[in-house]
Design a binder for this molecule. Structure first.
Ligand SMILES: [Zn+2]
Length: 198
C-alpha cells in the first residue's frame, strides 16, 4: 500500500480514517463492530468503507483500491452531477418544451387524468403530485436518461389515483412499466439532484 500512501493524503480521527482521493474526493473509513465484512457504499456521491471488527485499515485500503476503478466509472456515469456552471435557464427551456407533452401522451396512453403540470426548480424531488391533481416536475429531469424520465412521469401519474406508496400504488405503476417499477426506482436512486447549483 506504499503507492496509496504516496498518492492520497490521510488523516485519522478516532475510529475514522479519511483518505483524500484526487478523483473521488474524501473516502471515509469507519470501523463497525457489527459489520461482518468490508463494505463499500456510494451514496449521494460520498464513498464510505466499513471495516469489520476484526479488520484493519490496510486491508480496507486494499479492498477500496480493488474497487476504485469501478467506483470511478460509477461516479462518472451519473449525469445528475453536472458542473456548477450548469445553465438552469437552458434546462428549464428544454424541460418546458418536452415534459408537458410527454406527460400528456403517457396520461392518455395509460388512462390517467391530471389537472395541471408545472416545471419547478426543485433539487429535492424529481416530481410530485398534489391532491388536486397538479403534477410538478423538476427541470433537472432533463439530465436523466429517457427511460428514467418516463418512470418519474408515470410515478406521478399513478399518484393521481393512489396518493401514497401502498402496494396498490406499486401494482398500478408496475402495470405501466412492464413490471419494472422497483427496478427503475432502484436505478433512479443512483442519481441525485442535491448539490446542484448551491
Ligand atoms: Zn411517489
Amino acid at each position: 500500500m506504499l503507492l496509496l500512501h504516496n498518492i492520497f493524503s490521510i488523516k485519522t480521527v478516532d475510529k475514522i480514517k479519511i483518505i483524500s482521493d484526487p478523483q473521488l474526493g474524501e473516502i471515509v473509513f469507519r470501523k463497525n463492530a457489527k459489520a461482518r465484512r468490508y463494505i463499500i457504499r456510494l451514496r449521494n456521491g460520498e464513498i464510505k468503507v466499513t471495516i469489520p471488527l476484526y479488520g484493519n485499515y490496510t486491508k480496507a485500503e486494499e479492498f477500496f483500491m480493488e474497487s476504485r476503478q469501478q467506483l470511478l466509472q460509477k461516479v462518472q456515469s451519473q449525469p445528475a452531477r453536472p458542473s456548477p456552471d450548469i445553465d438552469v435557464a437552458a434546462l428549464r427551456r428544454k424541460a418546458q418544451s418536452v415534459l408537458p407533452g410527454q406527460l400528456a401522451e403517457l396520461a392518455e396512453l395509460h388512462g390517467f387524468k391530471y389537472s395541471n403540470v408545472r416545471i419547478r426548480k426543485s433539487r429535492t424531488r424529481w416530481g410530485s403530485c398534489s391532491s388536486k391533481g397538479t403534477i410538478s416536475l423538476s427541470l433537472y429531469l432533463s439530465l436523466l436518461p429517457e427511460h428514467l424520465v418516463e418512470y418519474v412521469l408515470l410515478h406521478e401519474l399513478c399518484h393521481t389515483v393512489q396518493m401514497n406508496h401502498s402496494p396498490a400504488f406499486w401494482t398500478l405503476l408496475n402495470k405501466c412499466t412492464q413490471n419494472k417499477a422497483r427496478e427503475l426506482r432502484r436505478e433512479i436512486r443512483r442519481y441525485r439532484i442535491d448539490n446542484i447549483n448551491k
